[in-house]
Write a protein that binds this ligand. Structure first.
Ligand SMILES: [Zn+2]
Length: 245
């Protein structure tokens, strides 16, 4: 499987980076994880011309993880897409998206392709795109009183598990999901990247990619990890230490 880091910025708009979006594909139907600002523009590049996204997982309801979605819908509409799109989102985000799309004159009944909304809950399942995924809750929103939920994901292709932390409040929820993982893509906006790399190594994770990079933060080299850039591609079948790919 290949994991494409389409957007690697934090929640602050960055002239050099798009907001969070990760594409997982292995030549067949693709899975998009989060759809931050810039994702539709990135996916319009010729390099992604053959990518057919069948499923979208939104890890939580923050703008930098969701804001690119309507423009992606518009692109699919313009392209004459008829194949359904599965959208897996936590809490009320799915119905909020339906309302948003309706306000943008893209109500589901006006689209040439069906929308299949699913609620994101903790657990393991296979997406409509054919990807085995486990979702687990992070503490990104812990104690804020909203009841909103944020999920980290473990992608489980046959050649080794890859963990995407999404946003965290601490490293604690991540720890339980690192054992046996081949790789980790971890956010660095809300947690200490050095500690995250150390934690990954303690759990035997050989490849660590640091993403969700705050505007103005100079990514200093950290041994055993690489900093993400937009367009980075990770081949999950590769093994060994992280390197710039
Ligand atoms: Zn967030």
């Amino acid at each position: 499987m290949r994991i494409h880091l389409l957007g690697t910025s934090s929640g602050t708009p960055d002239p050099e980076r798009a907001a969070t979006a990760i594409l997982a594909e292995d030549g067949g139907q693709a899975l998009l994880i989060d759809a931050g600002d810039g994702v539709a523009r990135t996916l319009a590049r010729p390099a992604y011309a053959d990518v057919v996204i069948r499923s979208v997982i939104l890890t939580h309801n923050h703008a930098d993880h969701v804001s690119g979605l309507p423009f992606l819908f518009q692109r699919w509409k313009a392209n004459g897409r008829t194949q359904p799109i599965e959208i897996i989102a936590p809490g009320d985000l799915g119905s909020a998206l339906e309302n948003w799309l309706a306000a943008l004159r893209m109500a589901p009944e006006r689209l040439p392709y069906p929308l299949e909304f699913q609620k994101l809950e903790a657990g393991e399942w296979i997406t409509a795109s054919g990807h085995r995924v486990e979702a687990w809750e992070t503490d990104h929103f812990a104690g804020d009183g909203t009841g909103d939920r944020c999920f980290g994901l473990t992608l489980k292709p046959p050649d080794g598990n890859w963990v995407f932390s999404s946003d965290l409040g601490s490293l604690q929820p991540l720890r339980e999901h690192l054992r046996g993982a081949s790789g980790l893509i971890v956010e660095t906006t809300h947690i200490d990247p050095v500690e995250a790399v150390q934690t990954a190594k303690e759990h035997g994770v050989s490849r660590v990619i640091l993403t969700h990079i705050q505007l103005g933060v100079e990514p200093h080299p950290i041994e055993g990890a690489v900093w993400a850039v937009d367009g980075m591609v990770v081949e999950t079948s590769h093994s060994g230490e992280a390197k710039d790919e």
